[in-house]
Design a protein. Structure first.
Lengths: 415, 457
């Protein structure tokens, strides 16, 4: 039986962990900062600005929210720092935007943390969140048709946002917060309708990757709430049949996945990205060719969808494995604490967020390396992209809620 | 709440699945990384599908045959040298799959699982490959072929080093002719005929039939055969080129008497002949430093008597790969040990370290009973001393032994073959010459072999 203690076996003080992360960041930024050809103020500002930002963030989280456990936050900061360096190696502009997104993401984290600490407020907000999420997706569907661009983007002036990323947060929030009434049939039905609405809208947008992530998260949430494997199996079977029907009536959907496990036969067309990821990742070896020295960066979506391949090629497979291990570490951390979480709300929010992050990371990493079909989702915390970063940091708040309410924090949160 | 704390274990299933997926992915990198990294689309190494930045390729004396300079591939200086070594070196675009630039591109790219292609990006090149071939000898052989289609291959039957490997038709990779497709003179130009070609072996196959006879007919050395220009099998006649009358076994080989060998095949039977062919490597996949050889084939059975008779003299549907035939000759010369040919003499890392490639000791490709090797040797040498030399194909002090072949092919001029070896311990060489639709073995192939071997003194 698992032990009942609320601590990880070996505790390293947060200060040293963050110092280690900072040292790693300075080491990884160095080739960019010392390269005379890249010497420009915005790049220095973006990269060096991150270090005070992360220290300030963690000090504030500890001081204002009285958080004792900040290991998850440090992992998030470490991953975001890698993503920032990748952006900086492409352009200073990307790095500045990414830095701004991380800062905003920290804000989203703080906001969600605040709401989570007050379960009563959370319960009041769940209906507006659900309505807002569905509204956002509906708006997306309407606007995207007008814009006639990629369907899952909304562009307002210079800013493009991907609503599905924000809806992920609402999805978990609503799913976890309805728990207290989990036994009542209307509540379950309402959530099912909400989930179907989200997945359906994403399907219409042809964002199959996001639709899959939502579906997987729904399964996790539904299991946590009901523990009813029979009805989950039923829902899954219905979903598989639905997907089968879609593929039958819309052959282009199947075509999109036909290259799966045949990428080398389509090296110049539909398998272009995956084959480039494989050949350049192997080119990097264990230690990588060095930041900025890769060739994958020339391929479409390199710093977003294919960023894991860039890590393999330029930072080395060892570092890339470390990134995978840190997702596993986040999930294992959540699993460790979830069994003693102060409320079911926190347990469900953290476990489903951890599941979502793992599932999305798997779709990304194994999709671009052709172990799974390519769906074009981002790598949490690392991929370039504003809304993706906002979502990752919001999910981090759900993950962290697993230790909310322990001892002192509990009393503080309820004041 | 209690039930929830149990259900969170579901997350463990995801964690394990993620970890398993990562292991599968990393295993894929470990197993296929070399192949993936050296893909032609990798722009670290290739530019527009051509090798741009990679290690150099040199002949055994250090003559550069293809090296990278300023992001371009520079080839040997003279056009004739480029043509003579084209199939050994390979073309930059990779049409010639058995050439070093394609076959050894992982080495040339400097890939290793630990560093990937870091050395390539650091030093601007991968490892250099020093081939076993002598470029000047290739040039001599190419000149000796004199525009004929075919191949010449020579190797050291003790060490396995291929010293000469020429395939024709060829072209100058620096001035690649346009629209070679469909032109007869460029028929199968990308094929390395020595490694990847198969031809009807004709009378050179009588060596195999002889080996089988020596093993299965105890008194074969004292037997005589009668030739009246043909041999009657139950299903028809095997035709001979002359009326040899009565002749003993050894003379039957020297005179290359079809009637005698059809009679021998008849007596041996299909099973014995097939078994000897298999023992000598017919139907087996071989490779030279990772480059697969075309597989020599013995006709599919069951054979009727006429087919068996023709098979015994290397006709019917028998096909032989020139490199394979050369190794059979090497095995006879080398006491039965047919050493596997090799094409890479050594590798030089970008940092300048020299290393061997593959096993340090010569590997065995096929073996022949030492008794058979010892019996066949004097017979093949007698071919030269009794017939070829008196016929003014003077081989001098090479102590040449071997067998010519004139392989009949439907509706076209015959293939001219010579496969043999030098007995002189100073020249431990086995050789094969094929002149594709070029005529008789004695008239065409043998003089080429003698010219090339003399150039090696």
């Amino acid at each position: 039986m698992p032990s009942r203690r609320l601590s990880i076996p070996v505790r390293v003080p947060w200060f040293w962990l963050l110092l280690l992360a900072t040292a790693f960041q300075l080491f990884s930024f160095a080739p960019l900062l010392l390269d005379p050809e890249r010497a420009e103020l915005p790049l220095y500002a973006a990269l060096l600005g991150y270090i005070p930002l992360e220290w300030l963030f963690l000090i504030l989280v500890r001081a204002l929210a009285h958080r004792r456990h900040v290991e998850l936050e440090i992992l998030g900061l470490w991953l975001s720092g890698i993503g920032l360096a990748v952006c900086g190696s492409v352009s200073a502009d990307y790095a500045l935007k990414q830095l701004a997104a991380i800062a905003l993401g920290m804000g989203v984290y703080a906001l969600l943390m605040g709401i989570m600490a007050s379960p009563d407020l959370a319960m009041k907000l769940r209906t507006p969140a659900a309505v807002g999420a569905v509204g956002l997706l509906a708006l997306n569907l309407l606007l995207a048709k007008v814009i006639n661009g990629t369907l899952n983007w909304i562009t307002v002036g210079p800013i493009s946002i991907q609503p599905s990323e924000l809806v992920k947060l609402a999805f978990i929030f609503v799913g976890a917060a309805t728990l207290e009434k989990l036994q009542t049939a209307p509540s379950v039905t309402r959530y099912l309708l909400f989930a179907m609405g989200c997945v359906g809208a994403l399907f219409l947008m042809r964002d199959f990757g996001a639709a899959l992530i939502f579906f997987a998260t729904y399964i996790i949430l539904a299991f946590l709430r009901s523990g009813d494997l029979k009805s989950i199996a039923l829902v899954s079977a219905a979903a598989v049949m639905g997907a089968g029907l879609v593929i039958y009536f819309r052959p282009y959907v199947a075509n999109r996945f036909s290259v799966y496990r045949h990428v080398w036969e389509h090296i110049h067309d539909t398998g272009y990205q995956q084959t480039r990821v494989l050949m350049y990742s192997s080119s990097g070896g264990l230690l990588g060719l060095g930041l900025g020295q890769g060739k994958l960066r020339g391929v479409f979506a390199a710093s977003t969808d294919l960023v894991f391949g860039m890590l393999c090629e330029e930072w080395g497979i060892l570092l890339a494995v470390l990134v995978l291990v840190s997702y596993l570490g986040m999930a294992a951390y959540v699993l460790h604490f979830a069994r003693q979480a102060r409320s079911a709300f926190y347990a469900i929010a953290s476990v489903s967020a951890a599941g979502l992050i793992l599932f999305q990371a798997a779709l990304n990493v194994f999709g671009i390396t052709d172990l799974l079909p390519l769906t074009g989702v981002t790598l949490p915390f690392v991929s370039r992209g504003g809304t993706s970063i906002l979502c990752a940091w919001g999910l981090l708040a759900f993950l962290s809620s697993v230790t909310l309410g322990e001892r002192k924090e509990a009393s503080l949160a309820q004041e | 709440m209690h039930s929830i704390s149990k259900r969170v274990w579901a997350l463990l299933a995801l964690i394990l699945a993620f970890a398993a997926g990562s292991v599968v992915m990393l295993t894929g990198f470990a197993m296929n990384g070399e192949r993936w990294a050296s893909n032609r689309a990798n722009s670290h190494i290739f530019s527009g599908g051509s090798v741009a930045i990679a290690g150099g390729i040199y002949d055994r004396s250090g003559m550069p045959l293809a090296v990278s300079k300023d992001g371009k591939r520079v080839m040997a200086e003279s056009a004739i040298m480029r043509k003579a070594t084209l199939h050994a070196v390979g073309d930059p675009e990779g049409f010639i799959s058995a050439g070093a630039q394609s076959a050894f591109r992982d080495i040339l790219a400097g890939y290793d699982p630990f560093n990937g292609i870091y050395e390539l990006t650091k030093y601007g090149k991968g490892s250099d490959v020093v081939l076993t071939i002598d470029a000047n000898l290739c040039k001599t052989a190419y000149e000796a072929l004199d525009g004929r289609k075919g191949t010449v291959g020579v190797y050291n039957y003790k060490t396995g080093e291929i010293l000469c490997m020429v395939s024709s038709p060829t072209y100058d990779p620096l001035h690649k002719p346009k629209d070679m497709d469909g032109q007869d003179k460029y028929e199968a130009v990308y094929l390395n005929r020595f490694l990847q070609g198969v031809f009807t072996p004709g009378s050179t196959f009588k060596t195999v039939t002889s080996a089988c006879a020596l093993q299965n007919i105890p008194d074969i050395q004292t037997r005589t055969f009668f030739c009246d220009r043909r041999y009657a099998t139950g299903d028809g006649y095997v035709i001979c080129r002359a009326k040899h009358g009565t002749l003993p076994f050894g003379e039957a080989l020297s005179e290359s008497c079809n009637a005698a060998f059809a009679a021998i095949a008849d007596e041996l039977g299909e099973t014995n002949l097939r078994s000897m062919a298999a023992q000598l490597g017919f139907g087996k996949p071989f490779s030279v430093d990772g480059i697969p050889l075309a597989i020599s084939t013995f006709p599919a059975g069951p054979l009727n008597n006429l087919e068996l008779g023709w098979t015994g003299v290397g006709q019917h549907t028998t096909l032989a790969n020139p490199c394979h035939m050369m190794v059979i000759m090497g095995a006879i010369a080398n006491g039965g040990n047919g050493v596997n040919p090799r094409l890479i003499k050594e590798l030089i890392s970008p940092a300048g370290h020299t290393s061997r490639y593959g096993s340090p000791r010569p590997k065995t490709m096929l073996t022949l009973d030492p008794f058979l090797a010892a019996s066949l040797q004097p017979m093949l040498c007698a071919n030269v001393t009794d017939i070829y030399d008196p016929g003014l194909r003077k081989s001098g002090d090479l102590e040449l032994c071997g067998k010519t072949g004139t392989a009949e092919v439907d509706g076209k001029t015959a293939h001219a073959w010579f496969a043999g070896f030098c007995q002189n311990p100073n020249y431990p060489y086995a050789i094969v010459v094929v002149g594709e639709n070029a005529g008789g073995g004695f008239d065409v192939a043998l003089p080429i072999a003698i010219r090339v071997l003399n150039a090696m003194k």
